[in-house]
Design a binder for this molecule. Structure first.
Ligand code: G6P
Length: 283
């Protein structure tokens, strides 16, 4: 059976042997295997019982990224990264089940009562032989414009983060450096290496495609559509060792490449739909 569900997870398998596991809690992809190898980092201290957002995988960040803004009040009251990553989603439909791809659509429950906006949130995950595609759909079902931020917080597994190189961040791309208190910089172009703590929100990345050389022979491409920004995050030892649900030394075994719409708020009109897409492929 290419799509199997139990009370906590959905597992998709592809005839190539590739597989993906999605927790209903947060619609969090927690595993993606191809060629017998795990491609996604999941901390061995991650809470998988619904008591906290899952540390690792691909958490869905919505409707705010990072600490919430100070207004309006219903946004100010939100938790860091919003509520989608701690809601229990449902499998809505199997969309595709053949060799081109195995695809499912999940639906989020209604938002907390303290967030009085009408919208529907769907997530489509498609597994192909060498590719994982994640599409977040936001539909404004209300009568007023709806504002949100959204991001896919992808933890890609790497053998040693100090040996990786990231490409595709075009020279001149503006970024907010959260390690430097939000200082704004401009990307120099050329490969980005992680030789210290990195937490940067690159705004409106022209290439919409980040390359990852994992330093051990594997190359990935993370392409995005609808999403315009991309956060790159690795806490290094200095901050990584303070994260309670991070496994020992875990910070060295992933890089977060996070396509999103987060440098501003996206606003959609009544009846309008936004689709943010991330495609990760193995080159
Ligand atoms: O600990 P979390 O709430 O999951 O956030 C983890 C990280 O998410 C993003 O990458 C932010 O840019 C970081 O500043 C933050 O530390």
């Amino acid at each position: 059976m290419p799509v199997e569900q139990n009370d906590k997870t959905i597992v998709l398998t592809h005839p190539s042997g590739a597989s993906v596991e999605i927790y209903l809690f947060g619609a969090t992809v927690t595993s993606w295997k191809t060629a017998g190898r795990e491609r996604i980092f999941l901390s061995n201290k991650a809470h998988l019982d619904g008591s906290a957002a899952i540390r690792g995988g691909i958490p869905v960040v919505f409707p705010v990224f990072g600490p919430p803004p100070s207004s309006p009040p219903e946004y100010a009251a939100l938790a860091q990264h919003g509520f989608a990553r701690t809601q229990t989603w449902k499998l809505e439909k199997i969309l595709l089940d053949r060799s081109e791809g195995v695809s499912v659509r999940l639906v989020a429950p209604p938002p907390p009562a303290t967030f009085p906006h009408s919208f529907e949130l769907h997530y489509v995950v498609t597994l192909a032989a060498h590719e994982l595609v994640c599409n977040l759909h936001v539909l404004n079902t209300g009568t007023e414009d709806f504002k949100f931020q959204a991001l896919l917080h992808t933890y890609l597994a790497v053998p040693d983060v100090s040996k990786i190189a990231l490409t595709g961040i075009d020279a001149g791309t503006s970024y907010k450096d959260k390690v430097l208190g939000g200082a704004v910089g401009a990307a120099p172009g050329g490969p980005l290496v992680i030789d210290q703590q990195v937490d940067r929100v690159y705004a409106k990345v022209p290439s919409k495609e980040i390359g990852l050389d994992d330093g051990a022979g594997d190359h990935y491409k993370v392409r995005f559509r609808g999403f315009e920004d991309c956060t790159i995050w690795n806490p290094a030892d200095v901050t990584g060792s303070k994260i309670a649900d991070m496994e020992d030394g875990g910070w060295n075994r992933y890089v977060c490449i996070e396509p999103g719409f987060v440098s501003e708020f996206k606003s959609i009109k009544p009846g309008e739909q936004f689709i943010g897409q991330q495609t990760i492929s193995i080159a």
